[in-house]
Design a protein around this ligand. Structure first.
Ligand code: FAD
Ligand code: SIN
Length: 528
């Protein structure tokens, strides 16, 4: 994609082109000049990988009230009620907005105009609006066409946001004016100025060795906001998806919860079902419970994986409902109509992030955070399935409305990036080594089940790695790998700090040294 000369200066700079970024851009572009900066290609990100769908109370037998209740039950006492209410209430309207943009959701056969609604864990009704099992791709491809055609939107691909440019003292009145951005192809750093900046950089699954997330999910937005002086919250609540495909040749391939919604059963090698012994809701219990149950079965029995059994369905049913998952499994020699699918839990979603209010505003004037990077209070201690794309849609709309409500303030001239004191790196093995070390450490010590001793060990090791990486960063010319390593190290430390600060077990955070849940639910807010 080309770089128009005007890209260095725009009204709104959006960092990230997942659903959050594209929704913000489309709501702004008729009245503001927008630049989207994105690390890879436009559609790279979790959004295009989303399978199950978008939660919205659209069925006659469902209600917004039930969606609110289910979200709050999953959130284990930590959801912000006003945010949950607003997002669940807006859900049917944002589904209709997507339809007006051109998204064609899977329809209910024989019921004119009615959408087929999937079912997922923790939902008391069929509530998941979807496009077969590749909802994210369908939505993103449709919005991409709108974005590319809009005259007020400039897209800069292969650009990595490094840090924000802000004025004002930390802890005082502070305002954002733009960002430094690395062009991955030329290695040059550009200074992009804007009246408002939206962080839409997505999640942080790559902090863990095993994840369902794409490579771009390295927690950059959380690290960037933290370094700029924003508070972050609830980062200890990492959602592990119970069913990631377990296969030597499949990296990060999700087996959607929608399969369990259609009766999929979790079994051991001999076909014995184990979920009913862990929770009355069995395979449709919230994700934290299912992931912990699988972790327990694997560790106590010494298993490498468990299995998801869909063999009660015909091949026709599977091809109709799960064409993408079926195709991938068959490529790997697994016919799910005939034999169970090997699965393991993997890091999937960050419920915590940059603290925002209900308009997606952060602690810094003009800086917004939308999507998985943000902590709005919707998810509390555990996200309800398919509430994430929904949050991108509603909060994207809210951020845009807030930006449009006032005229853009004047923009100061910004200092250029200074790399006069750094030299090219001589050995990339140092970066690769620390990258592997952090991700394994997080998987082994800060995973599904935690303990005080493991967290203390993780904290000590991460402090040393963080200091070493900061020193390396100060001396060497940057590239994408070094930027991601620096961010992963920062975010890993914040996750561990959050986990150590929480002296209870709640939702996704389970510490076996403090297994009880305290009566009062309190956010873990970290202040830079
Ligand atoms: P993303 O879609 O991840 O986009 C982030 C963007 O930021 C990318 O464009 C990336 O390149 C860019 N970026 C990152 N860092 C930088 C940087 N430093 N500079 C510039 N650009 C940067 N949720 C649901 O609600 N329903 C589902 O069915 C569902 N299924 C899922 C399946 C999978 C396999 C995964 C991984 C997640 C799923 N989720 C689902 C969660 C949901 O997809 C994500 O939470 C959501 O898409 C996040 O959207 P986002 O726009 O915040 O981030
Ligand atoms: C899935 O399809 O299982 C993922 C849904 C989600 O993460 O919300």
């Amino acid at each position: 994609m080309s770089t128009p000369s005007s890209a260095a200066s725009s009204d709104v700079l959006i960092l990230g082109s997942g659903l959050a970024g594209l929704v913000c851009a489309l709501h702004l572009a008729d009245r503001r000049r927008v630049t989207i900066v994105t690390k890879g290609a436009l559609l790279e990100g979790s959004s295009a990988w989303a399978q199950g769908g978008i939660a919205a109370a659209m069925a006659r037998e469902d209600s917004v009230g039930a969606h609110i209740d289910d979200t709050r039950v999953a959130g284990a006492g930590l959801c912000r009620p006003e945010v949950v209410e607003r997002i669940a209430t807006r859900a049917p309207a944002v589904i209709r907005w997507l339809q007006t943009q051109g998204v064609v959701f899977t329809a209910e056969p024989g019921r004119d105009g009615a959408l087929h609604l999937g079912r997922e864990g923790g939902h008391s009704a069929r509530r998941i609006v979807h496009v077969a099992d590749s909802t994210g791709r369908a939505v993103q491809e449709t919005l991409e066409q709108r974005i590319l055609r809009h005259p007020n939107i400039t897209v800069l691909e292969q650009r990595v946001a490094i840090d924000l440019v802000c004025s004002g003292a930390r802890g005082g009145e502070r305002r954002v004016h733009g960002a430094y951005v690395l062009d991955r192809r030329s290695g040059e750093v550009e200074t992009l100025d804007a009246s408002s900046v939206i962080l839409a950089t997505g999640g942080l699954g790559k902090v863990y060795l095993y994840t369902t997330n794409p490579d771009v999910s390295t927690g950059d937005g959380v690290a960037i906001a933290w370094r700029a002086g924003c508070r972050v919250a609830n980062l200890e609540f990492i959602q592990f998806h119970p069913t990631c495909l377990y296969h030597a040749e499949a990296k990060s391939f999700l087996i959607s919860e929608a399969l369990r919604g259609e009766g999929g059963r979790l079994v051991l090698a001999d076909g014995t079902r184990f979920m009913p012994a862990h929770d009355a809701r069995a395979e449709l219990a919230p994700r934290d419970i299912v992931a912990r149950a699988i972790d327990f079965e694997m560790k106590t029995r010494g298993l490498d994986c468990v299995w998801l059994d869909m063999t009660h369905h015909s091949r026709e049913f599977i091809e109709e409902h799960f064409p993408t998952i079926d195709a991938r499994c068959r490529e790997l020699g697994i016919d799910m109509a005939r034999r169970p699918i090997p699965v393991v839990p993997a890091a999937h979603y960050s419920c915590g992030g940059v603290v925002t209010d209900a308009q997606a505003r952060t602690d810094i004037g003009g800086l917004y955070a939308v999507g998985e990077v943000a902590c709005t209070g919707l998810h509390g201690a555990n996200r309800l399935a398919s509430n994430s794309l929904l949050e991108c849609l509603v909060m994207g709309e809210a951020a845009a409305a807030d930006i449009l409500a006032s005229d853009p303030p004047p923009r100061p001239a910004l200092p250029a990036w200074d790399h006069s004191r750094v030299t090219p790196a001589r050995e990339s093995v140092l970066v690769a080594h620390d990258w592997d070390a952090i991700r394994r450490l997080m998987w082994d010590l800060v995973g599904i089940v935690r303990s005080d001793e493991r967290l203390a060990l993780a904290a000590r090791r991460l402090e040393a790695l963080h200091a070493e990486i900061a020193s390396y960063y100060a001396r060497h010319r940057i590239d994408n790998d070094l930027l991601e390593l620096r961010n992963v190290a920062e975010v890993a430390r914040l996750i561990v700090r959050g986990a150590q600060q929480r002296r209870e077990s709640r939702g996704l955070h389970y510490n076996r040294d403090v297994p009880e849940t305290l009566a009062e639910a309190v956010d873990t807010v970290l202040t830079p």
